[in-house]
Design a protein around this ligand. Sequence first.
Ligand code: UFG
Length: 311
Amino acid sequence: MKCLVTGGAGYIGSIAVKELITKKHEVIVVDNLSKGIKKLVNKKAKFYKLDLTNYKSLSKVFQKHKPEIVMHFAGYKAVEESMQNPEKYSDNVIGTANLLKCMNENKTKKIIYSSTAAVYKPHNKTVTETDELEPNNYYGETKRICEQMILWFSKIYGIKYTIFRYFNVIGDGGLNYIDPEATNVLPIIMEVVMNKRPELQIFGTNYPTRDGTCIRDYIDVIDLVDAHIKSLNKANNEIINLATNSGTSVKELVSEVEKALNITVPKKNKGRRAGDPPTLVASNKKAQKLLKWTPKISLKKSILATYKAYN
Ligand code: UFG
């Protein structure tokens, strides 16, 4: 299949490109390299440095390659930044609008879209796909708007979609991607382990959870990419959570790292970070059923893979 991958030089996209190439697909990558790293893009893929907000350049790539399918990973994703610089995050919407326009003009059949847990209204039960949506930050709102655009383009033009709502993605797919501006907890813990930061600040220890710290559903990036590959010709017009069905608190995550690496991580209890829901854990039953997919990689393995990437 001829597959165009946006964000194909990024953390998740670069692994997807590698897997697609391994499975003998033809791959075209577009990435603005704002956080992507060009050398991670498999040499067998065609690469274009461009920003999705540039419709003209994007359109030329579509006209030249006529992709059959799009995997759309590109987008800004830092929750806190989206509340300080919303204009930047509007590009998530503009880029997706341009992409859908190009897909329609060039008869691309399907989009596989990276959405997020941040579209849901926070509550303390296990999240399912039919739960109410109510993003509580602008990043989540841009993803919800893009989901809606995709649904409408599907209704009006018949473009097929699989929308994946990612929970907390961790691990490394063998390409050693290091986030140049880490904001997520495991990369930050690794920076502490590597002496690039003095300590981990634990944001909030008085949440209504088993140990007072926030609980998240950590899913390995290899399992996540596997679901994308499986959806190339399955799960059409479906919205699917990618999660493990089980939660880990910040304190539990730190202690897993300490056990796996046999070290002590310096840490300090801090106040809550604005906008953090206490618990975010999702059911993955729908993914299991529609994709015959199940996450296989343990938390310990993800931690060890991340550590390896930093060394
Ligand atoms: N945390 C700390 N210290 C840190 C960083 C994070 O204690 O230095 C805590 C956070 O407060 C939170 C947990 O670790 O309780 C996880 O935080 P992350 O920043 O790693 O992840 P989030 O759950 O905030 O965000 C992730 C994705 C977003 C997505 C969101 C969905 O990174 O893209 O899940 O809610 F939108």
